[in-house]
Design a protein around this ligand. Sequence first.
Ligand code: GLU
Length: 266
Amino acid sequence: MKKAFKPVALLLLLFPLLLLAACGSESLAAVDVKDRLEENPEITWGVKVDTSLFGLYNIEKATIEGFDIDIAKAITKEITGDAKNAKFVEVTSKTRIPLIKNGNIDAIIATMTISEERKKQVDFSTVYFAAGQALLVPSDSSIQSVSDLTSETTVLAVKGSTSATNIRKYAPDAKVLELENYSEAFTALQSGQGDAMTTDNAILLGIIAKNPDYRLAGDNFTDEPYGIAINKGQEPFVQQINGALQTIKNNGVYDKIYAKWIPKLD
Ligand code: GLU
């Protein structure tokens, strides 16, 4: 006799497994990071690996380099006594919040704007970098500013970024094509899939430094203050991060890192 499919029975069977999976990630995220650091001093940072100047994988050296990486190392040194305790995990704009919610990473330092929307899910450190959204176009483009983006133009942006949301407000008629990350977005611009690419000025300057036949079109049209994101319920760890940030700002370490990576933005 053919047995009838019983979804309830299947659910009951799966329930312990689902519970285990849910508890697994929740308990990892629920561990107090400051307490854990006393036993295991490693801090796992979510960082970009395709963003020139901030977090970029150097194939020859097999390391990730950039402003965010050096700030993460300096903070790790302040908190744990050794910069080598900084471990890095790749994130994109889309994956960074899910990864921290699951407890896969302790903190995000990845060109991330502090926003009210994101504050519903994560806490932020004080501001560690002031960026603003801008437009990148080929040097010979007729686009001079965001007001030149009409229904005839396609703008490339990255999923999960504030830039993808903001551009719909500042250029409501333009078509927006969202890519997975910044290397894909720039490749799409190079291959003519869009007329302009939008994200923070500092990220775009990193692209221009390696691709001098591209330029910014117009001024920044938003403020994008970067913060380090930490999971909700980790107030002691947030305090530690803010304390370390203040120390490196006071003792000149921050200024050295800034001068090493950030080109003059004017
Ligand atoms: N700062 C903007 C953001 O947080 C754009 C850069 C990024 O995608 O990380 O969304």
